[in-house]
Write a protein that binds this ligand. Structure first.
Ligand SMILES: C[S@@+](CC[C@H](N)C(=O)[O-])C[C@H]1O[C@@H](n2cnc3c(N)ncnc32)[C@H](O)[C@@H]1O
Length: 307
């Protein structure tokens, strides 16, 4: 019996562990009392998902989605084949740790695994193990691919990083039992919404400057047109009477004249909260920033809501 509480099994840019307290404050009271469905269309490492699964026993079902097929494949492997995944990761961990102090051999091992990953010819479980291995050993835990969908992050400088967290993989396997796992564009999750559904959107953040921010999680770019498409989808959910919370970067904090999100979500409730970003190549830039939390609760809107 594994009593460990499930937590994200990956490092992921934009991981939301730091923001959970602020999201909790926006959590609709009626969801705390009755059964509900939770939908997270940009799940990434699932910091908010695991917090929800651990803290809301009345959560009837969760639906998660991401456009990154390798990421979703790994969630599915944890559900279907966690024991074999653990065995493969244990071998990789032993082999990698044995190379500590032999930098050239360590590098060679990492780049050989990266090449193997990019062939995408391994079995589903092997591919998931490679995905987790690269995530734990690459530079800053970044996931970045080129236009050919080849993972191109260099090796990180960790000493004996944890590659196989056995207890957590088993806890995640248990926690995912009431979760439907989907892969695709965020708009495709609409049919999964039921009467009492809460959506949390954590899209790739709009960059604060052309060079500063990281948002290439997959071969698809999430540009301003995509941010507008997401806003339109949020309007659609609002008219269908669904409740949503969304986070994004506070571009106005960087440039007081930049009203991009203030205009886009003018009809909704916009809050600014302090947030700490952990993935930034420059340690000097890992300081405090404000982020936006936007919700369709608590503000009168011009959109016609279903009765
Ligand atoms: C900011 S991250 C989410 C971080 C997550 N909340 C966490 O705690 O790790 C954004 C995610 O959106 C995914 N994504 C990008 N474009 C997408 C799209 N059109 N539809 C669905 N997911 C998308 C990326 O692959 C990435 O995992």
């Amino acid at each position: 019996m594994n009593n460990k509480t499930a937590k994200p099994f990956l490092k992921w840019a934009g991981g939301k562990t730091q923001l959970v307290g602020d999201i909790e404050k926006l959590f609709p009271i009626h969801f705390q009392k009755s059964q509900f469905t939770y939908i997270e269309p940009f799940v990434g490492s699932g910091a908010v998902l695991f917090w929800m699964l651990n803290n809301f026993p009345n959560l009837k079902k969760a639906v998660i989605n991401d456009i990154n097929a390798d990421l979703i494949n790994t969630y599915k492997t944890i559900v279907s084949n966690s024991k074999e995944l653990i065995s493969i990761l244990e071998v990789m961990q032993n082999e990698f740790h044995a190379l500590e102090g032999k930098e050239n051999e360590k590098k060679e091992y990492y780049y050989q695994k990266r090449t193997q990953y990019n062939t995408r010819k391994s079995t589903q479980t092997d591919h998931s193990a490679l995905f987790i291995f690269l995530n734990r050993t690459c530079f800053n835990g970044l996931y970045r691919v080129n236009r050919k969908n080849e993972f191109n992050v260099p090796i990180g400088s960790y000493k004996k990083p944890t590659i196989c967290d056995r207890e957590n993989i088993l806890a995640v396997n248990e926690a995912l039992k009431k979760v439907d796992i989907l892969c695709g564009d965020f708009e495709h999750i609409l049919p999964y919404a039921t009467e009492n559904t809460l959506f949390y959107f954590d899209p790739p953040y709009k960059p604060l400057s052309e060079t500063s921010s990281f948002n290439s999680y997959s071969k698809y770019e999430f540009n301003d047109q995509e941010q507008i498409r997401l806003r339109d989808f949020c309007i659609k959910l609002d008219t269908l009477n669904h409740t949503w919370i969304l986070s994004n970067s506070d571009v106005k904090g960087k440039n007081a004249n930049d009203n991009f999100f203030d205009e886009l979500y003018a009809d909704f409730n916009i809050q600014r909260v302090d947030a700490k970003r952990s993935i930034n190549a420059d340690p000097g830039k890992r300081g405090k920033l404000t982020e936006l939390l936007i919700t369709n609760q608590g503000k009168s809107r011009p959109y016609v809501r279903a009765i």
